[in-house]
Ligand binder design. Structure first.
Ligand SMILES: [Cu+2]
Length: 196
């Protein structure tokens, strides 16, 4: 009886050890798979480069000039970019006849307060975000009084380089509205740097 019991308990012990080893292996396998999947998901979520710009109507330097903040920013080539532009400027600056092609979105997809748009009525235009060298044009309508509006513009930069962007709505000073903020880097023009 004693011997038999010892054998049983040994066998039981061996079974437990084997079970423990199996659990350890299973634990290893099952704990490594989900994190891999989670990492892939978060990597794909990060595959859109988010940039946030604000069009402000007051700030240091030239208190009355509208400006994009920041004016200079950097993204990576080959990865989709979504630029979110929050416009605080309620003033309109309809495009001149020579610039009226910039009331149409080009080179990417635009939304205004969540709805897809392809053009903005010229009399409502406040600013544009335009990179002629890349064929990119986003149109920003004037904000409702006392409020803001939000434009998103999505595109994928293909080549590395430094590209100047401009606003082509005459929101500056002077007879044509093209001086002041319109001709000053850091206000209505700036640089997009695309790194490879
Ligand atoms: Cu402007």
């Amino acid at each position: 009886m004693n011997i038999s019991r010892r054998k049983t308990s040994l066998r039981f012990g061996a079974t437990l050890a084997a079970l423990g080893a199996a659990l350890a292996v299973a634990g290893c396998g099952s704990s490594s798979s989900p994190p891999k999947a989670a990492a892939a998901a978060s990597r794909s979520a990060q595959q859109v480069q988010q940039v946030r710009l604000e069009i402000q109507t007051s700030g240091p330097g030239h208190a009355e000039w509208p400006r994009y903040v920041p004016a200079d920013f950097t993204v990576h080539a080959g990865v989709p970019v979504r630029i979110t532009i929050v416009n605080h400027d309620g003033g309109t600056a309809p495009l001149s006849a020579a610039m009226q092609m910039y009331d149409a979105v080009a080179g990417g997809e635009e939304t205004l307060n969540g709805a897809r748009v392809t053009t903005v009525e010229n009399k409502k235009v406040a600013h544009t975000f335009t990179i002629p060298e890349l064929g990119i044009n986003a149109v920003i309508p004037a904000a409702p009084e006392g409020s803001t509006n939000t434009v998103t513009f999505s595109f994928t930069p293909k080549k590395a380089g430094t590209f100047e962007w401009h606003c082509y709505a005459p929101c500056g000073e002077g007879k044509e509205g093209m001086s002041g903020a319109m001709s000053t880097s850091g206000w209505m023009e700036g640089r997009l740097t695309v790194e490879s």
